[in-house]
Design a protein around this ligand. Sequence first.
Ligand SMILES: *Cc1c(COP(=O)(O)O)cnc(C)c1O
Length: 635
Amino acid sequence: MSDPIIYPCFLGPYGENNDLLEKLVVEFLRDHVYWRRNLHPEDPPAIPTRAADGPAYRDFEARLRRELHSLSATLKRSVPFHSPRYLGHMVSDLLLPGLAAQILTLPYNPNNVSAEAAPVTIDLEIKVGLQLARMLGFVDDPALPNCAFGHLTSGGTVANYQGLRLALALKAFPVALRAIAPPGLAIADDDWSAFNLTPTAAITRYGQWLHWLQGQPVDQRPHWQQQLNDQRIEFLGLAKFFTQHTELKPPLVLAPVTAHYSWSKGMKLLGLGRQQLELIPERGMRMDMAALEARLDACAHQRQPVLMTVAVLGSTEFGTIDPVHRILAARAASAAAGLGFAVHVDAAWGGYLATLFRNPDGSTRPLTEVRAAFEKFPSAEVHAAYAALGAVDSVTVDPHKLGYIPFGSGAFVCRDQRAMALLAEDADYVFERETAEDYFKRFRQLGRYLPEGSKSGAAAAAVYVTHRVLPLDHDHFGALPRESIRATEAFHNAALAFAARMENRVRCQLPFEPDSNLVCLALNPVGNRQVATMNAFVRSVYAKLRVDPGMALQSREFFGSMTTLHPNTLGSIDTERILTALDLDAESLHADHADADRLVILRHTLMNPFMLDAENGISYIDRYFDYLERVIATL
Ligand SMILES: *Cc1c(COP(=O)(O)O)cnc(C)c1O
């Protein structure tokens, strides 16, 4: 069943491709050494050739070896992410191209804060942004003014901060522009309308301002630029900005209840405050559109600005996918009614699934074509959500999740690069007619636009090389999510079979139909009607799936994870549905009981590409359910 394309992609569960990786590492380490020697071959070695014979050297080497052996020994207690027996968190084996490129680049130690510190890898990072832009359906030709721009971050958390920062900059910019009232330049009738332009309209205003500025005498321009700067929210701070614009309230961020906690952190960091983050209820763990629309209507009536609405593409706990297309439609309706805001997609988990929907020529694959490879995936809603990505304002994607890249690689991509000028640490001029070279030249000063400063160029090289070896479309990279979704469908079927054969022992339920490659299972012993008893039962199953630092890894047959369903997150309809399906007494769900205020369930992330091992005719998924059965028999 597995596609042979994946065989050379990873080191492999058994280290099958060790020769390939070892050859590459040795070859490129030597290559690096020759590079050092070739800089000025006339310079003699500064470290004496006989230094290695000295006692201090030998002592150092002995201590180094001892510590490395100790490190290597303790690392054996690490979580075996690479194994098809690992179904826990959002991580799996590493793609060889990324691993090799990162190891190769490390000794050069490029710093992607700017081109001076990273003449090579900074361009790779800008190109990674374009590769991801293409995958998402954004314009990816840097010669076009509305080309997208993306960069790497330490992870999805910081990419989400960047989304907030950019949305706020775009929202507040027209208000600052209105405050200085450039003669002859119409911005908006009042502060409320200026603060409620969509990001697209705000980018247009920015372009008009630059055009206007160019029309001013050269010696006047710095003065106008300074005036504008003094009115911007980034200069004034939230407190002063809102004191100067009494018509405006600090804006809300609307996110689904499934939103990752980085959104809460981001609100605190930005100074908007956690209270301004409003969680919109879900239906079946997908954004409840009626609830969102009602909230937007209320905001428009109360003149309560909204900074952005977040759509989650693959929720961290349940893998569910919000209807991005419907959220965009709601935004269009709101904007027409005078309440404009940004739409950001948190696709930290589900971003790379977009490769399944993308043809090599950049076009979107129709639903029937995508579905041909699977039993059920994708639902029409999921297909529509991915097809709509090209119209959102910004996206978070984590190469270190479904990109199979080493940790330290998240990414932020915005639809229109011109917006980035508003994040620049110092004045930035982006003119309409620019060339691809201008685009690269500007963004080579990466540190000016990012929350971070110094950052790894090796990480950028890893992502770039991976995307070159496996282009981000259905024919190439798509083979990986395809395996993953097939494993999910096999898991789903195996779960139903397991539920049937265990029906006298446990009730086994999937709380939600999986949208992506993350499946949760609820287990309740037959006859039990108490939430607390079920939770204790699931916790004891989980105890056999957990990495326990005090025990040998081999004592575990499989590794899983656990999550909880809180009635506040579920909403009353889904709570009732799930309680009924599990035959639980609704009365036993107590808000004030620590272990009965929510449902504890198992969570499975199915991203290992070798779960269905065709070579040996082994299904680790079937084996997992056999294991669950044995575990349950002992409880
Ligand atoms: C993992 C995740 C994040 C956070 O990403 P990090 O890389 O851990 O910083 C944010 N949002 C979603 C939906 C995620 O799954």
